[in-house]
Design a protein around this ligand. Structure first.
Ligand code: 4AD
Ligand code: MG
Length: 431
């Protein structure tokens, strides 16, 4: 006999089937036992009747616990009362692995589910999210391949900070000190002088000191860097990448989106629209006029300001030209307006969460050295990085997509923690 997946069984609609999986739910009477079986693809209701399987097997069925693993054989038929519309009448089954009483039931606290993450991953919610994440990441690989980018991997252990010393994780490196990557970018910039168009996908670390629903200490940043690209090229490219990846998720994972309460049609319509680009100074004007929020030029946008501006958009918004003084050392000044940086963020509609951050890259070594010094860094530690500007420098740009932030947004999650299988935050690094 050949085992098929529950998804295949639901497509087959009738006839004999052999299935294997885990008990998702169970209930019974003295004559019947209902088991909802789960595998990685879906769930299906199975009925075990005493008069069909005999007393001995029915006794075993009667004691089945949630999460017991099973192999079963039976006949499939349509049943509109069953949760996925079909039912298997079982004539034979075998317990593969018994289950202790499963600790997770209905209505458990966030804390409890986080403590039991290794088990909570089996829930339909987490399964749907992990599938969407996988499709998103695979789509991104396809996208960059079709755009003729080369995958380029960089070290995770790095000699310096790159996105601000306050959120860097220090790691003992033999007798010296090193830091966990806050970004791939500085290495990516070295790579473009050889490969021109490159991308990567890798773990990224920030010792975020705040407990929010949008910050992880370890997340997977999806970065790209391209020679000859300017701010306009790179911000338009970010829109193209995300539109493609979201459309692929809709194509392959609509059922999972629906299970999470999302509307694939609405998402699709959003990807077909123009995603606007405006300057930071325009954001300040809009939130002043429409929301009566005053922000002085010179600071990064705060959560409430991002949220306010995004109440006026139903697609992602690209904001460019943030104040130089609030930006990383590598974001260049606009030659016409010297307090504005040639950089951009992409904000998600509704929540206003920053999902992408990027920029053109500074070619002005002196300016970068001064800004690093102002941050308490020793420019000598960045000499290898400045070398790229010494030997045939060219304009180049790049950005990083916060994978978990995009997944949380398109899945409608209220906490970024659920966008990654095992979240790491200020308060948690287990299990
Ligand atoms: O804006 P960020 O800090 O930009 C960079 O690191 C650049 N070096 C990227 C580049 O140009 N190659 O981070 C990029 C994105 C943010 O827009 C956000 O989506 C995500 O990474 N991000 C986080 N996601 C989860 N938890 C955190 N603590 C995050 N910090 C940044
Ligand atoms: Mg940013």
């Amino acid at each position: 006999m050949r085992f098929i997946s529950i998804k295949e069984a639901l497509e087959k609609k009738s006839g004999k089937v052999s299935l294997r999986g885990w008990v998702h739910r169970e209930r019974g009477s003295s004559k019947f036992k209902f088991v909802v079986l789960r595998d990685s693809t879906n769930i299906i209701q199975c009925i075990i009747k005493k008069d069909k399987v005999g007393e001995e097997l029915f006794d075993i069925a009667d004691k089945l616990q949630v999460e017991t693993s099973l192999e079963l054989h039976g006949t499939l038929k349509e049943d509109e009362r069953a949760p996925t519309g079909y039912e298997v009448e079982v004539n034979q089954f075998e317990v593969i692995g018994e289950s202790d009483k499963f600790p997770i039931g209905a209505d458990q606290s966030r804390e409890f589910l986080d403590d039991n993450r290794h088990l909570w991953l089996r829930s339909r919610k987490m399964t749907a999210i992990m599938k969407i994440r996988s499709t998103f990441v695979q789509a991104r690989e396809e996208f960059f391949k079709s755009e003729k980018f080369i995958r380029f991997d960089a070290p995770i252990l790095q000699p310096t900070q790159s996105e601000g010393g306050s959120t860097v994780f220090e790691v003992k490196y033999y007798k010296a000190k090193s830091y966990l990557a806050q970004t791939w970018q500085l290495y990516g910039e070295a790579g473009v002088f050889a490969l021109e168009k490159i991308y990567n996908f890798g773990p990224t670390f920030r010792a975020e000191k705040s407990k929010t629903t949008r910050h992880l200490s370890e997340f997977w940043m999806a970065e790209m860097e391209a020679a000859w690209f300017d701010l306009k090229d790179v911000s338009e490219f970010a829109k193209k990448e995300l539109k493609y990846c979201i459309q692929q998720v809709i194509k392959e994972r609509s059922e999972d989106l629906i299970l999470l309460g999302q509307d694939p049609k609405k998402l699709l319509a959003m990807t077909k629209k123009e995603w606007p680009t405006i300057k930071y100074r325009e954001v300040l004007d809009i939130i002043k006029k429409k929301d009566n929020i005053s922000v002085k030029f010179g600071k990064d946008l705060r959560t409430e300001e991002e949220k306010a501006i995004m109440q006026h958009y139903d697609t992602p918004l690209i904001v460019t030209h943030y104040p130089v003084e609030a930006m990383g050392f590598y974001k260049p000044r606009d030659s016409e307006v010297s307090d504005e940086a040639l950089c951009f963020d992409m904000l998600a509609p509704g929540t206003g969460v920053e999902i992408v951050g990027g920029s053109q890259r500074s070619l002005d070594v002196k300016d970068m050295e001064d800004r690093l010094k102002a941050d308490g860094e020793d420019p000598k530690d960045y000499e290898w990085y400045f070398d790229s500007r010494k030997y045939g420098s060219v304009p180049h740009s790049g950005y990083g997509v916060g994978t978990e932030r995009v997944i949380a947004w398109i899945c409608g999650l209220d906490n970024i923690k659920d966008a990654i299988p095992f979240p790491r935050t200020m308060g948690r690094y287990t299990p």
